[in-house]
Every structure is written in structure tokens, then in C-alpha cells.
Design a protein around this ligand. Structure first.
Ligand code: SPV
Ligand code: MG
Length: 537
């Protein structure tokens, strides 16, 4: 329902209704969340949050600007405390139009002179507006409004200025006749005597609004019984926040640490919630190009690398020193060089030795009696589900362009394939050979090639290349690979399963695995001989 109509319903309902003061976007959200059906845009609170006096020191456009934030942030109607209308009838009609443009439902103007002073500062000495001049202002506002449901509340300051009941009634009658939709009768007494006397005489000629700031001890039931329409809790969110800010600032100044205030302030997540941060995250997923999510890496480095003998007694293979630094350092550098900053490492054997900075460490404490698929599974559970992922091994050195090629691939799932597979075959080392939908050729640069099978014992005439141990998984595909790994590891006899077995499974189930051909520029550290060779890599 449009805000003007909501406000009109509050004014005209048979029940006593309530407005809560707010003075900026977040206090408006808080008032709405507490269940209030309307907001009082208090002049006192708005000026206070700007750090100025309630004397029209903030310009009306500055007030309007804050009001726009409050209105944008909420669905409930706002009644602006428009002071005296910020000028004469002409300023008033411009104000009404500007408020309507910002979906502010109503404005209240008081019969004092510009620049006004808050009613609780020497109210008795404050001059009142000429009745006819004020009526002209009300009329001009009503004539200016484009939405018939926009409301103008006329506020009577006769009691504040020390005039009696008859002056208050005379004014109310005139303002009502000029078109005011409701009367706000204000009083600075600590008892409700004035406003009750007014209501008694006024009856139900037009809805009556009150602000019980000074007669706060009066039971609300009394107002209900007397048929008031609307109560304004006029400044209490502002005053509550001042108390909280003063206490927090004093404590911080005295104690010079955050510990003593942390439990007394809301967590930052509460701030994000009030700001609606989740909505933006969802919108980003919907509207931003997928690539911008970035790429992360997962290094599988849980095994010892027994073949390296004494070199891996105190540390896993990934931490063996090659060319003056741990193997893992070179891997991290190659990843960093392609712009991949987020790197997770699955560690197991001598895990405390894997201690390089800026890595997310994921433990596989079952490394000794399990295969690399379990490490992959634990790794997938620990990575950021929002980013694309490159999986690599902690004992494979590579040129950065290989990671770049994988990161740039559009495929949901891809592997890097070395066409130079004969080299491994000639050296009689174990390797994972692949058969693809097409061999490496000029066409394979432009036509996507899919993996058909991966095995250590493929017949030579079927081999198109060697899997280099790299896997690229699109963020959206991570859950699928995670579930497939879980399923496989639950089957009996699969505890030692390796990634190629998972890939064959996925292919059998119809998952496309893109093969990206490349030639050389990587080194698998399996033997002491490899360690020596790697020095020149
Ligand atoms: C305000 O909240 O700014 C008001 C109410 O005008 S009072 O401060 O009581 O005058
Ligand atoms: Mg005010």
C-alpha cells in the first residue's frame, strides 16, 4: 500500500496508533523492524544527529536529503516534523512537492516563526504565528499536493507559549477549516492536563496527535480512553544512541582497548544485516560476470614422498628444498604470478612443517591409510564455494602459463594434458595417460576436446597425452565434484582411490571433462633424480 494511504489509515483508525522517531536510514530501519507502522522525522533528532541546534540551523534541503535515505530504507510512512514550513506559503508548497517526490507520507508544521526554537527551550517566550498567515500556509500545502492522500498535520503551540485552552481551540478550528488533516496539540507540562482539556473540548472534529515527551509518566491507556489518534515517541532512538555512544566512547578513552566494549556493541554482521548486505551478494551472483569471482587454488600435499628417503624424514615432499626454497614456495609463486592469491593446502604427513605464510591449511590426518581422493574431498570442503578452483599437487613444479590456461578455461571441469607423453614412457615412470575425443592438432586449439578415459595402462596407440595432475573446477561445479567424491569414498575398497578414478567415474556418468593440451613446462618430483633436475627448472 502506498505510504500516504498507510499514514491516512493510521490517522483515521479507531485504535490509538504510534509513531517512533528516526533520524537517519538505520534508525528508520530499526523503528520499522521493531514493528512501528510509521516514523516521526523529528526536527530535534535530525538536527542533533547533524550536531547542530533545533533552530533551523540545518537547511531544509539537508533535512530532505536525510529523509530520502530514511524513506528509501523503509516501507512504512514518514511524518516529517517540518518545523514552520521553512518559510512562508511559497516555501511550504515547494516542500510538499519535494516530500511527495521522496514518498514521504505527511508533514507537520507548527504555528511559530522561522527560525524556530525547540518547544522545550524557553517555550513561554516564543512568539506564535499569525493565524491567517498560518492558515494560508496550510492551504498552499494542500493545494500543492498531487497525491490526495498526502496529509498535513497542523501543530498548535498555544500551550507551549503560555496561551490557554481557548486560544488553542481557536487555532485548531481555523487550521482545520484551512484543510489540516489532523491537529497536533503540544504541551510542555509534566502532566497531561492541557492536552486532555483540549481533547475534551475538541471532541472528534479531526484526529488529534500528541507528543508525551514531558508527560511521559502518563499511562498510555488514558490516551486511548480519551480517543487520541496518534502518539509520537518523539526522540527516544536518538537519546538511546547518545547514551550508548557516550558510554562506549568513555570506556574506549579510559581503557585503550576494545575488549571491554566488544560485548556491549552489536557485531558488524548485525550492521551488515540492517544494511541488507545479503541482497547485494545475491544480486552480484545474478548480474556480475562469473569470471569476476576470481580463481583460487587447492594444493594436495598430504603424502610424505617416501621415495625421497631422508629428505622427507622431517618434512613432507612439498617442503623439500629445491633451488633454495621449499617446493611449495615455487608452486605458490607460480600461482601468485597468475593472480591467484587464495591458496589452500591439504597437509597430512609432518603437517607442522607446512608453515608458509598466507595459506589456508586444511588437515588430512588420515593421510597414512588413504588415497589422494580423500585429500581432495577434505580440500573441497574447505575451499571458498564462490570461487573457481584449480587443484594441483604439492610435488609438481609448473610454469605459470599452465595455471593461467586452466583459469581462463570456460569449461566447468578441465584437465591439463601434456602431449609430450613419450618422454615419461621412455623413462619408464608411472604416468596417467589419457585418451581424448580428438588428438592434439591445429583444430584442437579451436574445437573443444573432451577427455574420454584416463589410465596408467592405456595401450600406446590410444594415448593422446599425459595428465599433468591439474584440475580446474568451476565454482558451480564444486558441489557436484564434492558429492561424487563422497559417494565414491563411501564404497567399499575405495579408500585408496585416486583422482583419475574419480574422473573416469564422472565421464561414465556423462560429465564433460575438457582436455587442455599443452607441451612440457612441468615437472613431477618423484625421485631423488627429479630433485636434482628440478634445480634447473
Ligand atoms: C521534535 O521531535 O523535533 C519535535 C517534538 O518537534 S519536540 O521536540 O517535543 O518539540
Ligand atoms: Mg521539532
Amino acid at each position: 500500500m502506498k505510504k500516504t494511504l498507510q499514514f491516512r489509515e493510521l490517522l483515521n483508525s479507531d485504535n490509538l496508533e504510534f509513531l517512533c522517531e528516526a533520524h537517519n536510514g538505520i534508525s528508520a530501519i530499526i523503528a520499522q523492524e521493531a514493528g512501528f507502522r510509521g516514523i516521526w522525522g523529528s526536527g530535534l533528532s535530525l538536527s542533533a544527529q547533524f550536531g547542530v541546534r533545533d533552530n533551523n540551523e540545518a537547511s531544509w534541503t539537508q533535512v530532505l536529503e536525510m529523509l530520502e535515505f530514511m524513506s528509501d530504507a523503509t516501507r512504512i510512512p514518514i511524518l516529517l516534523d517540518g518545523d514552520t514550513g521553512y518559510g512562508n506559503f511559497n516555501n511550504m508548497r515547494r516542500l510538499v512537492n519535494k516530500l511527495e517526490q521522496r514518498e514521504v507520507a505527511a508533514v507537520c508544521i507548527e504555528d511559530k516563526l522561522f527560525p524556530k526554537t525547540n518547544s522545550f527551550i524557553g517555550g513561554q517566550a516564543q512568539p506564535l504565528a499569525d493565524i491567517d498567515e498560518f492558515c494560508g500556509k496550510i492551504k498552499a500545502g494542500k493545494d500543492a499536493q498531487r497525491d490526495d492522500d498526502f496529509a498535513i498535520v497542523a501543530r498548535i503551540e498555544a500551550f507551549i507559549a503560555g496561551w490557554g485552552l481557548s486560544e488553542a481551540l481557536r487555532r485548531a478550528e481555523a487550521y482545520h477549516a484551512a484543510g489540516a488533516d489532523a491537529i497536533l496539540i503540544h504541551s510542555a507540562l509534566s502532566t497531561p492536563d492541557e492536552i486532555l482539556a483540549f481533547k475534551q473540548e475538541w471532541g472528534a472534529r479531526a484526529p488529534v496527535v500528541i507528543v508525551p515527551t514531558k508527560y511521559y509518566a502518563t499511562p498510555t491507556e488514558l490516551f486511548r480512553d480519551h480517543g487520541f489518534s496518534l502518539i509520537i515517541w518523539a526522540n527516544h532512538l536518538m537519546r538511546a544512541s547518545i547514551a550508548a555512544m557516550q558510554a562506549t566512547a568513555r570506556t574506549l578513552a579510559d581503557e585503550q582497548n576494545l575488549l571491554s566494549v566488544e560485548d556491549r556493541v552489536v557485531p558488524v554482521t548485525e550492521v551488515f544485516r540492517l544494511q541488507g548486505a545479503t541482497e547485494l551478494q545475491q544480486a552480484e551472483k545474478k548480474y556480475l560476470p562469473q569470471r569476476s569471482r576470481g580463481t583460487q587454488a587447492l594444493v594436495l600435499a598430504a603424502s610424505r614422498g617416501k621415495e625421497l628417503g631422508p629428505l622427507t624424514e622431517q618434512r613432507p615432499k612439498t617442503m623439500v628444498n629445491i633451488g633454495g626454497k621449499p617446493l611449495l614456495s615455487s608452486i605458490v609463486e607460480a600461482l601468485n604470478a597468475t593472480g591467484i592469491k587464495r591458496i589452500s593446502v591439504v597437509r597430512g604427513y609432518r603437517k607442522e612443517a607446512v608453515d608458509l605464510p598466507n595459506l589456508k591449511l586444511i588437515d588430512n590426518d588420515e593421510f597414512a591409510d588413504s588415497g589422494e581422493l580423500l585429500s581432495l574431498l577434505k580440500g573441497l570442503r574447505g575451499v571458498d564455494p564462490e570461487q573457481d578452483l584449480i587443484v594441483c599437487y604439492g610435488d609438481v613444479l609448473f610454469n605459470k602459463y599452465i595455471a593461467q590456461m586452466l583459469a581462463e578455461s570456460e569449461a566447468p571441469l578441465a584437465v591439463a594434458i601434456d602431449t609430450n607423453w613419450m618422454e615419461s614412457a621412455n623413462r619408464h615412470r608411472s604416468a596417467d595417460y589419457v585418451r581424448c575425443s580428438a588428438p592434439h592438432s591445429r583444430e584442437s586449439f579451436t574445437t573443444p576436446v573432451n577427455l574420454l578415459e584416463i589410465a596408467a595402462d592405456l595401450p600406446g596407440n590410444q594415448i593422446h597425452g599425459e595428465w599433468m595432475g591439474f584440475l580446474k573446477i568451476d565454482a558451480d561445479t564444486i558441489p557436484e565434484i564434492l558429492q561424487a567424491s563422497e559417494r565414491m569414498l563411501r564404497e567399499p575398497g575405495q579408500r585408496q582411490a585416486k583422482i583419475p578414478e574419480l574422473l573416469n567415474r564422472l565421464i561414465e556418468r556423462g560429465q564433460a571433462v575438457r582436455g587442455l593440451y599443452t607441451t612440457g613446462h612441468w615437472l613431477d618430483i618423484d625421485t631423488l633424480d627429479d630433485v636434482v633436475q628440478a634445480g634447473n627448472f
